[in-house]
Ligand binder design. Sequence first.
Ligand SMILES: Cc1cc2nc3c(=O)[nH]c(=O)nc-3n(C[C@H](O)[C@H](O)[C@H](O)COP(=O)(O)O)c2cc1C
Length: 198
Amino acid sequence: MKKIVAINGSYRRGGIIDQAVEAAAAAARAGGASVETVLLAEKNIAFCTNCRSCMQEPGAARGGCPLRDDMDAILDAVDAADGLILAAPVNCFNLTAVFRKFMERGGPYAYWPWGAKAPAMRLAPGARKAVLIASAAMPAPFGRLFTGAMRALKLTAAGTGSKVSGTLFIGLSAMTERPELAAGDRRRAEALGRGLLA
Ligand SMILES: Cc1cc2nc3c(=O)[nH]c(=O)nc-3n(C[C@H](O)[C@H](O)[C@H](O)COP(=O)(O)O)c2cc1C
């Protein structure tokens, strides 16, 4: 059975990202996969301290982080997954702070010893698949062009050794207090979920 892990960076339950993640997850479950959803806002995740101790040892294995919180268990689930659903809303022209905090704590996926100018990713793309989902108040094409959301999601996919198999940017998602996922976006999210199993 394929294992899918959804990393959800929305702050509220029942919002657009929740609905899109659930649609993708339901399609993957219908295709025979198991899906575990990680609600980042409900986890204990400390800020990275930039100590870089996780980056000093070479090799493909993720480095060790001295911070003792929920991140190790989340990254264990990521490492065991065949596919990832990476999803978050846009706040202030980039992904939510809780998703950015999760990204920064992805340092163990990089090898960057002292003296080296730049980090190298430990995992080659292809260890698993990922689909990327973002939402914003602005129309979707503007969101793709003028926010850092997709770039940040792609960076997260790269760090986790994921090959991106599809993306969805949901625009005009802040017109009502309780927005409902449009039928077309639901279909696209479901197709992303199925695509993780292909
Ligand atoms: C503090 C805050 C900042 C936001 N910044 C932006 C922004 O820069 N650009 C944009 O298009 N939408 C912005 N939005 C709208 C959210 O992206 C939109 O409501 C999102 O789809 C919410 O996702 P959710 O339904 O999963 O909570 C912002 C919303 C909040 C509350």
